[in-house]
Design a protein around this ligand. Structure first.
Ligand SMILES: NC(=O)c1ccc[n+]([C@@H]2O[C@H](COP(=O)([O-])OP(=O)(O)OC[C@H]3O[C@@H](n4cnc5c(N)ncnc54)[C@H](OP(=O)(O)O)[C@@H]3O)[C@@H](O)[C@H]2O)c1
Length: 320
């Protein structure tokens, strides 16, 4: 008979080192940490060197063992294990999936507006299909990061399942990527989000405005272009929860901060936060009628709210 507090448990096959079972004690620290390790989900993150990843990777490490991919593994954020991967290379994607065998994959890699039509199509659209195919074949949970830019900006506020109707090439490539991924892997969760910002690392948009102001260049900010900027920590937590905890959630869902701000308000607040004076060099202009610029991208986050995902607005985050 086993001693009190001791019992035998089978080891998972892929971790098999010749032992089929072992004895552990619930009071033995090393036994407990081994059990925790075996129970840990393996999470693979693409785009693990990007802006979102600077918080997504460390937050994901609270949910599982994280491997991150980027074209150069040295740029992958800690504490992920980094692997070099170009996600447009389908056979390389397969090799990485064979090697990591993730339980969940958070697909955050993308190229940004202005990256060129064919590159945006290859990365934001076609590669999303390759990744979805791999996840489908293996039963890997897929969470794909998309954008509010899949909308025209003419029919806000947008519900979770609002049909995509993009008006620029970036939005079109992301909309094609989400549609392709969901057609292959309908169990996937596709998260549409807004401008991402954090308080520990300046985001690209604000950094660009800051550079202009510091150089003494004029800066024009849209006073009637509406967004719901999302705090990088909220978004990262939402993605991890969807990847590991809320695995029954499939299809489209909006994840955005609960405060609507104009592009100008958002820029002004963040420039002040980063210590840059918004001077007379700044003009506030209308975005109305600018080709390819969706004006109103307010998102209704019904599903995220139902899941209890915390989505504070910019002023609430600053007040924390
Ligand atoms: N930033 C925003 O405000 C915003 C708003 C809405 C939605 N999103 C979405 O959120 C996600 C993350 O955005 P982000 O701002 O963190 O992006 P980011 O900073 O531009 O980083 C992009 C990431 O994608 C990777 N990547 C690009 N092409 C690749 C390729 N061919 N193979 C492998 N990796 C590749 C980059 O890795 P390398 O090191 O290899 O370049 C990098 O890690 C994206 O899906 C984006 O569409 C972002």
């Amino acid at each position: 008979m086993a001693a009190a507090g001791r019992e035998s448990v089978p080891l998972p096959a892929q971790k098999d080192s010749g032992l089929r079972q072992f004895n552990f004690s619930v009071t033995d620290r090393s036994s407990l940490s081994l059990i925790e390790h075996l129970a840990m989900k393996k999470i693979l993150i693409t785009g693990a060197s990007g802006y979102l990843a600077h918080r997504l990777v460390p937050i994901a490490a609270n949910y599982g063992a994280v491997t991150g991919v980027a074209r150069d593994r040295r740029s992958v954020y800690a504490p992920a294990d980094g692997i070099s991967l170009d996600i447009t290379d389908a056979s390389a994607v397969q090799r990485v999936m064979d090697h990591v065998q993730p339980d969940a994959l958070i697909h955050a890699a993308a190229v940004n507006p202005g990256s060129g039509d064919s590159l945006m199509d290859a990365v934001n659209h076609q590669a999303a299909g390759v990744i979805a195919q791999q996840c489908r074949q293996r039963g890997t949970r897929l969470v794909l990061v998309s954008t509010d830019m899949v909308h025209t900006g003419l029919c806000a506020p947008y519900l979770d399942d609002a049909a995509a109707d993009p008006i620029n090439l970036y939005g079109a490539s992301k909309a094609s990527g989400e549609a392709l991924a969901l057609s292959i892997c309908p169990e996937a969760a596709v998260v549409r989000t807004s401008l991402i910002y954090g308080l520990d690392k300046i985001d690209r948009g604000t950094a660009g405005f800051q550079q202009r102001l510091l150089a003494g260049d004029p800066l024009s900010l849209f006073s009637d272009v509406l967004r719901q900027p999302v705090w990088v920590d909220s978004l990262a937590t939402a993605l991890c929860r969807l990847a590991v905890e809320c695995t029954e959630e499939s299809g489209l869902l909006n994840v955005a901060g609960d405060e609507v701000l104009s592009r100008a308000q958002f820029a002004t607040i963040l420039l002040q936060f980063w210590g840059t004076k918004v001077t007379g060099n700044v003009r506030f202009i209308s975005g109305d009628g600018i080709t390819g610029l969706p004006q109103d991208l307010r998102l209704v986050c019904t599903r995220a709210n139902q899941l209890g995902i915390d989505l504070p607005g910019v002023n609430a985050v600053l007040a924390r």
